[in-house]
Design a protein around this ligand. Sequence first.
Ligand code: NAD
Length: 502
Amino acid sequence: MSNVSVQLTAPNGRKYTQPIGLFINNEFVPSKSGDKFASINPSDEKEITSVYAAGEEDVDLAAKAARKALKADSWKLLPPTERGNLMLKFADLVEQHKETLATIETWDNGKPYQVSLNDDLGEVVNTFRYYAGWADKVHGQTISTTHEKFAYTLRQPVGVVGQIIPWNFPLAMAAWKLGPALACGNTVVLKPAEQTPLSILYMASLFKEAGFPPGVVNILNGLGRVAGTALVTHPGIDKVAFTGSTTTGKEIMKMAAGTMKNITLETGGKSPLVVFSDADLEQAAKWAHIGIMYNQGQVCTATSRILVHDSVYDKFVALFKEAVKSTSKVGNPFEDDTFQGPQVTKAQYDRVLSYIESGKSEGATLASGGVPYKNVGDGKGFFIEPTIFTNVKDNMRIYREEVFGPFVVISSFVNVDEAVTRANDTTYGLGAAIFTKDIERAHRVASEIEAGMVWINSSNDSDFRVPFGGVKQSGIGRELGEAGLEAYSQTKAVHVNIGAKL
Ligand code: NAD
């Protein structure tokens, strides 16, 4: 075990054993090549530790382990209620270890500790318990045809599932994918994002402790273009579920075509938040703040384009700036009053700063922020002040492209048709928020907006019981809720002759 784990002390003083191997067949192992990569603390830019990086050979081993587990009596013949019980046991273990898991998440990702502990870990536990309940409720149907035929359907697992997750909610995104996949009886090879490899390795050991048979859950850290590509092109993987950028999602579609894999994609967004003249402006401003600044703005559904009726534009902008100023405390993510930690990596930090330059050069008005924040520790770390651009035109890059940071653009409109047309003027279609007290308008606009999810008088209060996903270039398929089971089960039709003679 010694070369596949290290003893660490986190910045909050918590000491723990950090696995660094690949998790295959319920064991941590080094990669075949011995290659590793480092994980960096975004708050001080120091290396936390390095972990083994999977190559093609390791992906092949994991895919074979998952195939063997899929067919083994210990999983295939396990009654679905027992599968659910294993998931409940796992959720209990996550709860028992939540302080350590939240510590690792904050150290590696930079999100505030209170957010890791309450939101992310809460999401993992809730999602696993929710899908544990579904494990014995995924039924087929009986179908009436003629007196001579009885027909029924079976809902069966898809098989060996490859899952590729991003760095913005490492544990929660893993739970969104593992929960429904395991409930439906699949086995899994999951690849975390290389920016945040640590928390999921600690969580991996809890699958073994809960009693999952070897090979049911395999976790391979590795680079996207190496381990990710190997997973997507592997003939022994039946399905790929991906969350990340639209660009990578398109590459995955192309690669998956080689073996015609079933795919589910949850990709980028530039979600609108529309404030009508009759809205409760104080509430709109508070939700708009959560909608874009939560999680350092690194949320795929972030409502990053705010459209406000021109009669209330100035008042809304003033309230929104106040909400950001009074609530968005940037700081050390281990301090309890911190709302915003660092961006996850130097690459994301540079990306946000480059959009700030773009906004300025395109002539938008920088209303707030727009600079790195240097008052944490010794001035290192990828902190950026929450940034607001007003006077933004629809053709500007900052209005059209996903920034993925604490960065919002605000523009005005004059009537409902214009608001809907401009809200829909994007290649994306993930989320949208509407603020109005007029119920007819609220529901009409909700139906006309091209998005997978619409919030009326709130933003981004997603829920594990409610479907989540996008339209247009924001993705294919749904996660969460009952709809999330569709991605991980397939329907087999059985025709029974009960009398037709030839
Ligand atoms: P990315 O899409 O490149 O990475 C997401 C995951 O895909 C990671 O696990 C990565 O290793 C893997 N991956 C990358 N290339 C791959 C390939 N060729 N084959 C298979 N897997 C591959 O995202 P990123 O570069 O980390 O972030 C860039 C941008 O993506 C962000 O600025 C943001 O706009 C967007 N993003 C969106 C989400 C989301 O939740 N929708 C999450 C993270 C990032």
